[in-house]
Design a protein around this ligand. Structure first.
Ligand code: VGL
Ligand code: ZN
Length: 201
């Protein structure tokens, strides 16, 4: 058993990010069984869940003339436009059916405000609006995080960098994460995480 100051944080292991989903990450479902096994070793277990209202501003379909993977300027900075995904109330927003969700002590939903996206489990994409996850972890005495899930180069990356900036000791388990890899985004994420002091394992 891992000590109680360590948390396993499973990022966005949801149907829409798995093969067959709206924003499928290659091999996304391969990590479910080993993550289930790892959950048994941790005393603090948090899942994040991408959770968007219909017509969310991160969806290409919400912007006339735009296509998925175009980038637009939002008041908070550049934003990649995605296919509609993880819409509240749909099957795509549910966790993978074989993920042992019963093991989660805490599920933190993010991206639920129509006008702003939230890749990170800690802050929305303006980098200032908190989700509450930091307070949850600190009040449970956690100072060390092991991150895994989907996607390595987006939500895992943003969560890891924010956590490191907040002072947590952070490791990303790359073998239990899978990437979207848009135009070099995985390489950029790896160097950004390393620069922020995140350990890639
Ligand atoms: C994610 C794109 C859009 C992720 C979420 O979980 O990495 N990526 N929403
Ligand atoms: Zn999303």
């Amino acid at each position: 058993m891992r000590p109680s100051n360590e948390a396993l944080v499973v990022i966005d292991l949801q149907n829409d990010f798995c093969p067959g989903g709206a924003l499928a990450v290659p091999g996304g479902d391969e990590i479910v069984a080993p993550i289930n096994a790892l959950l048994d070793e941790y005393q603090v277990r948090v899942f994040t869940q991408d959770w968007h209202p219909k017509g969310h501003s991160s969806f290409a379909s919400s912007h006339a003339g735009k296509a998925p993977y175009d980038v637009i300027d939002m008041p908070y900075g550049p934003q990649v436009l995605w296919p509609d995904h993880c819409v509240i109330g749909t099957d795509g927003a549910e966790f993978h059916p074989r993920l042992n969700v019963d093991r989660a002590d805490m599920v933190i939903r993010k991206g639920f405000r129509a006008s702003i996206d939230s890749y990170s489990g800690f802050f929305e994409n303006d980098h200032t609006t908190p989700t509450g996850l930091e307070g949850y972890l600190r009040t449970r005495g956690v100072d060390t995080l092991l991150l895994c899930g989907l996607a390595t180069d987006f939500c895992v990356n943003y969560s890891a960098v924010d956590a490191a900036k907040l002072g947590f000791k952070v490791t990303v388990i790359e073998s239990l994460s899978r990437a979207i890899d848009l135009q070099g985004s995985l390489a950029a994420a790896r160097s950004g995480m390393t620069e922020a002091g995140v350990t890639l394992a």
